[in-house]
Design a protein around this ligand. Structure first.
Ligand SMILES: *Cc1c(COP(=O)(O)O)cnc(C)c1O
Length: 421
């Protein structure tokens, strides 16, 4: 099936007389005929058992997202942060390291550079534009993964998935891609060699700014048995009566291990109602993404005509290497544009305060147009050095173009630029 059809039909197929719309199964618990049956589930949780591991409503949405991303399985989480946290913890223990570009979401930089460090896991930051040899040299014997964002938030830079996949695979480790901004409608990283895909579903997937969430998708392509680097996949797990994930679950070893070990112990599983709302967003995702791309591209054209605006970053405006990467990986520019206003931080703040339609929000990818000043919000916790490596200038504005009529969006920007004079 094509993406539009998958968005409406994957994950839930009602049988004769059942509800047409995905039902909300609002129950934390399930009942069984015998104690022996429950005992078996503790050895091997193959059925719904308790709401901390799995729920039928969430499960349907997981299957839909796995299908959209061309993966073999998925696990929803209560936020994008917990998706990236568990994606890494499923591979790295204290004493391990992983490689990431610095050009990623501010919250993820903090998670990687500060919090994971406290847990004894080192993040080795490399430049996204580094050549294969430089990336290769950043590897240590304890390096267990490589991480990047398809279209970086808020730097708006396209990540060279194939380049990083090649080096990761040459070092026998998987590539994890945060695909939040393009969504599977504009890019499917697994088709270019990514092994694991994560999302903050809070953004375009939910789309209506009603529900936070995250998801991890397993491509099923990575061979955990090959190098001996991942003994937790290939040796008995004593916390599950000696299960060996690769033997018991084959190419779903990664995503099932994430659920059985990490979801069990960290418990950041979404509620059924959250998954229901996410599913509503997913149903219209292809239509919305198309319109986001169209509106944002017109707004980027308008911004080019404004004399105090520079450094417009939006895929349709790319030149050089970024142009080639956007053409290769993206089927559209998505809805987020960044630009810099001459005059720095103060003028940027005055411009933002002058907007009437666009709201000042700590959010991006809302259905309504919204703006954010990363240097005083999402990236506030970063040092100047980290700001620059995340592609953030103090005068930078992140404009998340919504689905209003594009003329109204442009008129709003116009009146605020005029009010600066
Ligand atoms: C927002 C965001 C996250 C974090 O997601 P939350 O749902 O806010 O926890 C991670 N990655 C990217 C690219 C994001 O934009």
């Amino acid at each position: 099936m094509e993406l539009e059809t998958k968005c409406l039909h994957s994950g839930y197929t009602p049988k004769n007389g059942e509800p047409r719309v995905l039902p909300i199964v609002q129950s934390t618990t399930y009942t069984f005929d015998s104690t022996e049956h429950i005992a078996q589930l503790f050895d091997m949780p193959t059925e719904y058992m308790y709401s901390r591991f799995a729920n039928p409503t969430v499960d349907a949405v997981e299957k839909k997202i796995a299908d959209l991303e061309c993966g073999v399985g998925a696990m929803c989480t209560s936020s994008g942060q917990s998706a990236n946290l568990l994606a890494i913890l499923n591979l790295c223990n204290a004493g391990d390291s992983f490689i990431s570009t610095g050009t990623i979401y501010g919250g993820t930089v903090n998670l990687f550079a500060v919090t994971l460090k406290k847990l004894g896991i080192e993040c080795i930051f490399v430049d996204a534009s580094a050549d294969e040899d430089t990336i290769h040299k950043a590897f240590k014997p304890n390096t267990k993964a490589v991480f990047g964002e398809t279209l970086a938030n808020p730097a708006i830079e396209v990540f060279d998935i194939e380049k990083f996949a090649k080096v990761a695979h040459a070092n026998n480790v998987p590539l994890i891609i945060d695909n939040t901004f393009p969504t599977p409608i504009l890019c499917r990283p697994i088709e270019f060699g990514a092994d694991i895909v994560t999302h903050s579903t809070t953004k375009y997937m939910d789309g209506h700014a009603v529900q936070g969430g995250g998801v991890i998708v397993d491509s099923g392509n990575f061979d955990w048995t090959k190098s001996g680097k991942f003994p937790e996949f290939t040796e008995p797990d004593e916390s599950y009566h000696g299960v060996v994930y690769t033997e018991a679950f084959g190419n779903m070893a990664y995503i099932i291990k994430a659920r059985m070990q990490l979801m069990r112990d960290f418990g950041c599983y979404p509620a059924a109602h959250s998954a229901f709302l996410l599913n509503l967003g997913l149903e219209t995702l292809p239509v919305r993404m198309k319109q986001y791309c169209e509106n944002a591209s017109k707004v980027a054209d308008y911004l080019e005509t404004v004399d105090i605006v520079s450094d417009i970053k939006y895929p349709t405006k790319f030149t050089g290497v970024q142009r080639q990467l956007a053409d290769k990986y993206l089927k559209g520019g998505s809805g987020v544009i960044t630009f810099t206003i001459q005059g720095g931080r103060d003028v940027a703040v005055r411009f933002m305060n002058g907007l009437k339609l666009a709201s000042n929000e700590v959010h991006v990818a809302d259905i309504r147009t919204c703006v954010l000043h990363p240097a005083s919000a999402t990236h506030r916790q970063l040092t100047d050095e980290q700001l620059i490596s995340a592609g953030v200038n103090p005068g930078l504005i992140r404009l998340s173009v919504g689905l209003e009529n594009v003329n109204d969006i442009i008129n709003d920007l116009k009146q605020s630029f005029e009010s600066l004079k």
